[in-house]
Each structure stands twice: as C-alpha cells, then as structure tokens.
Design a protein around this ligand. Structure first.
Ligand code: NI
Length: 254
C-alpha cells in the first residue's frame, strides 16, 4: 500500500534534530509522496529546499493568516517568485483564522485575496486554512474565482463549509481530528464527501491521530486517517489509500 500525505510541515523546528532520519523512515513505511506546506516567507523557502533535496517531496508556498504580524507588501512579490520553483504545486496555506487572530480580520482577508490572485496568475491551486471563519472564507471564494480550485486542508467539521466548498469545486483533506472521539460529526462529513474529492494528510508535526494524540506527528500516521475513512465508506484502507493518492496527484498536477 502506498500513501500520499497531502499536507505536512517538515520545515517546522520540531523536526530540526532528526528530519532526515524521519523522512527516510516515512518513505520506507509506504508514504511515497508528500507535500510540505509553507506558511510564511521563511517556511516557504525551507519547504522548497526540502522538496529540492528529496524526490518524493513537493511543496507549497504562502503566508498563513497566523503569520502576518510583520507582513509587508513586498513579501507577496517574493511568494510569487518562489512559486515559480519547479516543485511548488500550490499556493498555501492561506486563508482566515479567527480562532488565533481576531484583531486583524481585514488584513487577513486582503492577504488571502492577494494570494488567490498569485495562484491565478501562475495557474496553481490553493491550499486553504480556515478556522472559525467559515462564512467569510466562503464569501471570499465566491467573490474571487480560483481558476485551478484547491483544497480545504485539515477539514473543519462544519457541514456548511463542506457542502459549499464541494459546490465550488474544492477538494476536502482529512487530518488527525477525523479520528478523535470528540469529532462527533466526522462520519456525517466523511459520508458527504465523494470519493473523487477526498484527500488525506497529517499536518505533521501537529494533530496526531488516535492512538498517538498529543505526540509529535509524522506522515507514517496518515494510514490511520485512511483507515477511519475506509471504515465509514465501507471500503478497504488500501482502496482509500489508492483513491486519495490519485486525487492528490491530480489536484497538484504531479
Ligand atoms: Ni498546516
């Protein structure tokens, strides 16, 4: 069984000590592709570096709503230039986060929209981060056409978001919370998402799935997300692994 982790952060400092060893183990375990996501200028640069030194790794570049405290307009020009690097497959993670940052909603919206424009200019999909900002996120997506669509990363278990996101042509990526016992509507949401719109991810080093909740996450755990979805869709874990692998290749044009 081969798996594709559609979203992880090996550019995070939590992997500083043992990054290369872990990446080797991940590949050996059957995770034969992964996308390393940027979230700031610096992390986007290191995401590209990591992708350039490993055949099986791709990257995204972008500035997340939680990384705009010292944002400057020139940063976007730099993101655009970085996005032209051959292993960059999307602009992300970008979006809105009113859980961590309520004070700068207008700036969040501005940076989000500007990066949608970059994605459109370069014919790339986007990777969306949205937290406690469902309706503003949907409004922006309805008013700003994303030519190559994209992905809702770490699917928030919100029925409106998933229904409207699917209508807009986006993919839904499931992460560790899919396996949490307190994610009560996870089965309902998983049933809503057609197989051809589904991706899986770890968001490593965050959000370890059960049975490793609370520990540092890595891409080897993506199989637990596949297993949970397989149980709900009445399929084999191998089938979910294969379907999500193909979907991820398709949206990122790999
Ligand atoms: Ni992330």
């Amino acid at each position: 069984m081969e798996l594709f982790d559609s979203h992880a952060h090996y550019n995070d400092e939590k992997f500083e000590e043992d990054r290369e060893e872990i990446l080797k183990e991940i590949y050996k375990s059957g995770v034969t592709k992964l996308v390393n996501a940027g979230y700031s200028l610096e992390s986007s640069k290191s995401a590209i570096q990591i992708a350039n030194s490993h055949d099986f790794i791709y990257s995204t570049v972008g500035i997340s709503p939680n990384d705009i405290a010292d944002y400057k307009k020139e940063d976007l020009k730099e993101i655009e230039n970085l996005a032209k690097s051959p292993k960059v497959v999307a602009i992300g993670e970008i979006g809105l986060d009113y859980y961590w940052n309520k004070e700068n909603k207008d700036l969040q919206k501005e940076v989000f929209i500007s990066q949608i424009e970059i994605a459109n200019k370069l014919n790339l999909p986007i990777v969306i981060h949205t937290r406690e900002a469902v309706y503003d996120t949907l409004e922006i997506l309805k008013n700003n056409n994303c030519n190559k669509k994209g992905i809702f990363h770490c699917c928030p278990f919100n029925v409106d978001l998933v229904r409207e996101g699917l209508k807009l042509g986006f993919y839904i990526s499931f992460a560790g919370p899919t396996t949490f016992k307190n994610s009560k509507n996870a089965p309902e949401i998983i049933k809503m998402v057609p197989l051809d719109k589904m991706l899986i991810e770890t968001d490593s080093p965050y959000l370890s799935p059960e049975p490793f909740r609370g520990k540092r996450n890595d891409s080897r755990n993506v199989k637990y997300i596949a297993e949970k979805i397989a149980n709900i869709k009445n399929l084999l874990t191998e089938e979910i692994a294969e379907i999500t692998y193909q979907n991820t290749l398709k949206i990122f044009k790999i």
